[in-house]
Design a protein around this ligand. Structure first.
Ligand SMILES: [Zn+2]
Length: 274
């Protein structure tokens, strides 16, 4: 059973967790660490012979085109994480249309391949963004992986832990491939990615993936390059934001390596066969 592994390719100062103190306009003032962190992930994937999906931010692709080409040249899937990392439900339809067009062109020019997958910043596709499916399809997208069920919010009756076809009013369709969650007492928790992946003991994560695979379902695991970069600059923020961002950065690389040893992984486009 093949699971999917994806990397949201953004840097430490771009995250929603710090967005109240660092705006998009401030990004130019921070030094990028992706040329340190992304090669660590590439080496890890190479040593385990794993092809991953990289959801790349358009802004990053403009700043570091060679790095994105390097990711693509190593056989990984280049997918899109938008342009500015602003929430889709805050951008609105027109601004999103501009961003997705710009980011898609950048990534297709760099990789020389069509970009098939999209992931919204901060999983911000919801009931406020019903227009998104048509715009993704118009831009050539075959799947979206932005739905992250959390607590009681199951959004639109979407099934948990399996892909679903979304049909649009003009007779077209796109696949929604949600982030894997663990259900506990009627609530859902995204234990298999980001900060949760760093906090939850590895044996719990392994047990959850094993159970999913026994049900014939792939696990959709994700992380960020800055999560394998313990030497990144420490930013001023609330103690909760700092806890969420900096906990267990020293252990993520090793934890991911063990997971790649235990289970079979590939890119989302390959596993969904889009
Ligand atoms: Zn992101």
């Amino acid at each position: 059973m093949q699971n999917t592994i994806s990397v949201d390719l953004e840097d430490y100062f771009m995250v929603e967790n710090f967005a109240s103190t660092i705006s998009f306009q401030d990004w130019e003032n921070y030094s990028l660490r992706l040329e340190v962190s992304v090669p660590k992930l590439l080496n890890l994937f190479k040593s385990h012979q794993v092809k991953a999906t990289f959801f790349v931010l358009g802004w990053v692709a403009e700043k570091l085109p060679k790095l994105i080409q390097q990711v693509s040249d190593q056989g990984h899937e280049i997918a899109c994480h938008g342009y500015s990392h602003q929430r889709v439900d805050e951008l609105g339809r027109e601004a999103f249309k501009n961003e997705i067009g710009r980011a898609t062109k950048l990534l297709e020019d760099l990789s020389g391949k069509p970009v098939l997958g999209y992931r919204a910043a901060t999983y911000s596709i919801n009931e406020k963004t019903p227009w998104i499916w048509d715009l993704l399809i118009e831009n050539g997208y075959r799947y979206d992986s932005s739905y992250r069920p959390f607590l009681w919010k199951y959004w639109d009756g979407m099934p948990i832990n399996e892909p679903r076809k979304i049909n649009t009013s003009n007779g077209k369709s796109i696949l929604e491939y949600p982030i894997t969650v663990k259900k506990i007492g009627g609530l859902s928790f995204p234990f298999y990615g980001g900060g949760y992946f760093r906090l939850i003991p590895l044996n719990c994560i392994q047990k959850g993936i094993k159970q999913l695979n026994q049900e014939g379902k792939p696990a959709n695991i994700y992380l960020h390059p800055w999560e394998v970069d313990p030497d990144q600059p420490r930013l001023k923020a609330s103690s909760m934001a700092r806890f969420r961002h900096y906990t267990n950065l020293n252990h993520t690389e090793e934890k991911l390596g063990t997971l790649l040893d235990t289970f079979s992984f590939s890119s989302i486009a390959e596993v969904l066969a889009v």
